[in-house]
Design a protein around this ligand. Sequence first.
Ligand code: NAI
Length: 332
Amino acid sequence: MADNTKLKIAFFDAKDYDISSFDAANEAGDVKIKYFETKLDEDTVKLAKGYDVVCVFVNDTVNEKVINALVKKGVKLIALRCAGFNNVDVKAAQGKIGVVRVPAYSPYAVAEHAMALLLTSIRRIHKSYIRTKDFNFSLNGLMGFDLHGKTVGVVGTGKIGRVFIDICRGFGMNVIAYDKFPAKDVDYEYVDLKEIWKRSDIISFHCPLTEETYHMVDEKSIKKMKKGVVLVNTSRGALIDADALLDGIRNRHVGAACLDVYEEEADVFFEDRSGHIFEDDTLARLISMPNVIVTSHQAFLTQEALTNIASTTLGNISEYFNTGKCANEVTV
Ligand code: NAI
C-alpha cells in the first residue's frame, strides 16, 4: 500500500507508554499514527481534520458536539482504547460514525490491582513503607485484619469481577455478588444490592457506569453498610458520590476506601500535579485521610494489558475499514 493510502489515526491523550505499545504493534507501519498529548474535546477536535480515525481513552470528551464535528471533518471511526465507553454519546454516533472498543485486554490487571489496593489498605502497607524508609520500625497504629473468613460483596460479575472473585476465594473469603444480569451455573451466591450493603465487610465494584449505577454509593446506601466497611472502586469514579464517601470516612462509618477512579478524575488524573495548587477540595481531603488510598486510574497498566490494547485497537480499525463492521463495535 502506498504511504498516502494508509489510514491516518489521530491519537489523543497520548502517554509515553501508549506510544511504545502502539508503535510496537504498528512495527510494520500499516497505519500512520499521529500522537497528540492533548485530550479530545470541543476545543481540540479541530486537530482531527484529515484523519480517518480518532483513538481515544477514558477521559476524552466524545459528546454529541464533538461527534458532529468529527463527522464534519471526515473522521469515520472512533476507536476507544479501553473497555468502558461511558464518555461516548453512542446514540449521537449511531449511523454517523463507527465506535469500537477493546472489550477485554486483561481482566487480571484490574482485578489484581483491586486486591493490591485492598491488601495495602487493610495491612497498612502504605504507612509502613513510608515509616521504614525513614528507619522508623514502630508498629503502633499498623494493626490490620485477616481477609480469611470475611465477606466480600462483588458488584458486577463480568470479566474483571469474576477474576476478582477467584482471587478472593484464594484468600478464603466468603463471596456474595450482585449483577443486573447474573451469570448462570456459578458457585457463588447472588444477592440483591440491599444484602450486599448489609452483609459485606468489603465491597468491590466491577460494573459499568450507567444512569442506573451513577452514585450507587451515596449517603443512603452508605448508611445501610456495615460500620467499618472497606470500599474498593476500580471501575468508574461516579459509581461513588465522593462527598458522601468523605462524610462516611469522617463519621467513621466507612472503615477504608481504595480508589483507582474518582468521579472528577478527568482534569486531574494521568498528569503530574505536584507543585500546583490543588483545586479539588474533596479529592484533597480524601487523599489526606489515613484510611484512603488513591491510585490514578492505574489498574489497567500492565505490560500484558497494554500489548493487548494496542493489538486489539489496530485490529478493530483494520476490521472496520476492510469489512465495514467490527465485532467490537459499540451500539446503542
Ligand atoms: P464486563 O462487561 O465484562 O462486566 C460488567 C458486569 O457488570 C456485567 O456482568 C454486567 O452484567 C454487570 N452490570 C451491568 N449493569 C449493572 C448494574 N446496573 N448493576 C450491577 N451490575 C451491572 O466488564 P469488565 O471488563 O469486567 O469491566 C468492568 C468495569 O471495569 C468497566 O465497565 C470499566 O468501567 C472498569 N474498568 C476499569 C479499568 C481501570 O483501569 N481502572 C480498566 C478496565 C475496566
